[in-house]
Ligand binder design. Structure first.
Ligand SMILES: Cc1ncc(COP(=O)(O)O)c(C=O)c1O
Length: 378
């Protein structure tokens, strides 16, 4: 079956749920055994729950994997994956990534002996050198938040494999509709389903998808042992959201490209970081490994932070808020908001400066979005 059909049907069969066309919310902590030592398909909701199972099956099929896991948040998904590693392990981490992931590596895992080695994964020689020193994994984010840099998924996965490391990719920004990292050799896909997969800004959630049964066993064990799973209500909402993922992503894509092209011509804008623009230095790679560009991108303003704050204070249709991927348009200032947990020297090194604004372009009428930015920039 193809993507839109899977998004609507995968993981659910009405025959298994009293004919219910939508997956019911199994709001139960525990399940009756059929007899002594005879559990049914489910025994306890931390270990498994039918609503969660439906979402996990659906996400696995959309990413082209064999096993999916749903978590309470994107960070719970990341933490669970990273608990596969032990004290003394090194992980090569892309030097430009979501601030919360950076904080997890720096302020949580480092103290427990799991070391992140930051490398610009666009640099093949530096990546190979770092992997050759004995890393257990490489952590990819592509496109990166908020600089919209891309990592060549196929090339980096190949290098990782050659050096005995696994490749993990945060696919939050594009969703499986526009990018399927497993198809390029990535071993583990991670999502904040809070973003495009749910798409309605009413749930925080996370997901992991893998192909390899050994990895699936490890992650399934950790999800149960650590209790990081998503609850059934949230799984129901994410399942409802994912049914419209394809149509939403097409609209996000169309609107964000139109806004990006408009911003590119605006005299107060000094640069637009959008992989769908021909001016993006990795536009060719974008066309090769992505089938669309999503709805989130960043731009820089002449006039630095003052100009950015001027814009943020004046928007009316865009909402000043963290997060992305919902149907409504959001705007934010990475230095003082989503990336405030990254130390200033690291921000500077990454190129996340006070003139940078990130927008998540929603699926409203694009003319209204452009008019809003026009009046706010005036
Ligand atoms: C790329 C990326 N990965 C992971 C996360 C973390 O997800 P959550 O907020 O659902 O824990 C975020 C959140 O903004 C994100 O943007």
């Amino acid at each position: 079956m193809k993507f839109k059909t899977l998004a609507i049907h995968s993981g659910h069969s009405p025959a298994d749920h009293a004919g219910a066309v939508m997956t019911p919310i199994y709001q139960t902590s525990t399940f009756a055994f059929q007899g002594v030592n005879r559990p049914g398909a489910f025994d306890y909701s931390r270990s498994g729950n039918p609503t969660r199972k439906a979402l996990e099956t659906c996400l696995a099929s959309l990413e082209g994997g064999s096993s999916g896991f749903a978590f309470a948040t994107g960070m719970a998904a990341e933490t669970t994956v990273l608990m596969m590693f032990n004290s003394g392990d090194r992980i090569v981490v892309h030097s430009d990534l979501y601030g919360g992931t950076y904080r997890l590596f720096q302020s949580v895992l480092r103290g427990k002996g799991i070391d992140a080695v930051y490398v610009d994964l666009r640099d093949a020689a530096a990546t190979e050198q770092a992997l050759a020193r004995g890393a257990k994994a490489v952590w990819i984010e592509s496109p990166t938040n908020p600089l919209m840099n891309l990592v060549d998924l196929e090339a980096v996965s190949l290098l990782a494999r050659r050096h005995g490391a696994i490749a993990i990719c945060d696919n939050t920004f594009l969703s499986p509709y526009f990018q399927r990292p497993l198809d390029f050799g990535v071993d583990v896909v991670v999502h904040s389903t809070t973003k495009y997969i749910n798409g309605h800004s009413d749930v925080v959630g996370g997901a992991v998808v893998v192909k390899d049964p050994g990895l699936a066993e490890k992650i399934g064990f950790l999800q149960n042992a650590m209790g990081t799973c998503a609850g059934p209500q949230d799984c129901f909402l994410v399942l409802r959201g994912v049914k419209t993922l394809a149509v939403r992503m097409e609209e996000h894509n169309r609107n964000s490209l139109a806004v990006a092209r408009w911003l590119q011509r605006h005299p107060k804008v000094s640069g637009v970081l959008h992989p769908g623009l021909e001016t993006h230095p990795q536009h060719a790679l974008a066309k090769r490994q992505m089938s669309g560009y999503g709805g989130t991108f960043s731009f820089r303003l002449h006039g630095g932070q003052d100009a950015a704050f001027h814009l943020l204070e004046r928007v009316r249709v865009f909402t000043l808020a963290e997060s992305l991927g919902g149907v409504e348009s959001l705007i934010e200032h990475p230095v003082t908001m989503t990336h405030a947990s990254v130390d200033p020297a690291a921000l500077q090194a990454m190129g996340i400066q006070p003139d940078l604004v990130r927008i998540s372009v929603g699926i409203e009428d694009v003319e209204d979005l452009i008019a809003d930015l026009e009046q706010a920039l005036a």
